[in-house]
Write a protein that binds this ligand. Structure first.
Ligand code: C5P
Length: 250
């Protein structure tokens, strides 16, 4: 019997990389965004729990602010996290891309699926996480959760001075647009290759795979996977947590 027979092949293993090294200036002054509290618990801990909630995720790699790795390790020690999952903390880089790369650099052997999840999306439901993992395991090398848009989107010529009127260049058909969330899921080797090859500044990992000319597919996202960016998002996140607590009967 070969090593690749279903009986002897090691089970597929998934790791989640959480870039949490951003400063989050749009939320105003205070702690780095990922360390801001939501209902008394740092946003980053919520995001880690959201990844570890999936039974498929065996390792969570947290990418901390470059001078904040010790603080993040202390946070992980302070909070209850699922014990079946392993946790690693590494220092991040100047850009989101460099931070994700720092996480990929410490992936152990045996991991074949990698999720990349923004710390700024602390409330993504486990069903969304599992949906992304299942799509990768079913053979899609790059998978992003996404939602249709409520707003019509205009492409503009950005004004040199913020606040000045901006000429509209185009109006893409809304029905063909999707707002992309995380976790994004990848075949490990493909994501590592994308990070070694693409040097342009990008805002998500899937676009690096697109730049390699390889297919990326979209699966349904979730409204609770929104990104906590502005002060109003903190209010919304606390409301979602309150509703969950009420539904759980606590
Ligand atoms: O700035 P933005 O909201 O796009 O950041 C998305 C995610 O990337 C956040 O979770 C942030 O902490 C992370 N990030 C990072 N390293 C950077 C910049 C952003 O890990 N240098």
């Amino acid at each position: 019997m070969s090593d690749e027979s279903p009986a002897t092949r090691p089970p597929a293993r998934t790791a989640a990389v959480i870039p949490a090294a951003g400063r989050g200036v749009r939320l105003g002054p205070g702690a780095p965004k990922a360390l801001r509290a939501l209902n008394g618990t740092p946003m980053l801990i919520h995001a880690i729990r959201a990844m570890a909630a999936s039974r498929a995720v065996s390792l969570v790699i947290v990418v901390a602010p470059s001078d904040g790795a010790a603080e993040v390790k202390a946070l992980l020690a302070e909070h209850t996290l699922p014990e079946r999952t392993d946790y690693l903390v590494v220092p991040g880089g100047e850009s989101r891309q460099e931070s994700v790369k720092a996480g990929l650099d410490v992936l152990p052997p045996g991991i074949d699926t990698v999720l990349v999840h923004d710390a700024a999306r602390p409330l993504v439901p486990v069903d969304t996480v599992d949906g992304v993992i299942e799509a990768v395991r079913a053979g899609a090398p790059a998978v992003v959760p996404a939602l249709p848009l409520a707003d019509t989107v205009k492409e503009v010529e950005p004004a040199a001075t913020p606040g000045d009127p901006e000429p509209v260049v185009a109006t893409p058909a809304r029905a063909r647009l999707r707002a992309v969330q995380t976790p994004q899921g990848f075949d490990r080797d493909l994501l590592v290759r994308a990070h070694e090859t693409v040097t342009d500044n990008v805002t998500d990992d899937a676009s690096m795979v697109e730049q390699l000319g390889l297919p990326v597919v979209v699966v349904p996202g979730h409204e609770e996977a929104f990104k906590v960016t502005r002060p109003l998002d903190l209010v919304l996140a606390e409301a979602v947590l309150a509703r969950r607590r009420a539904n759980d009967g606590f």
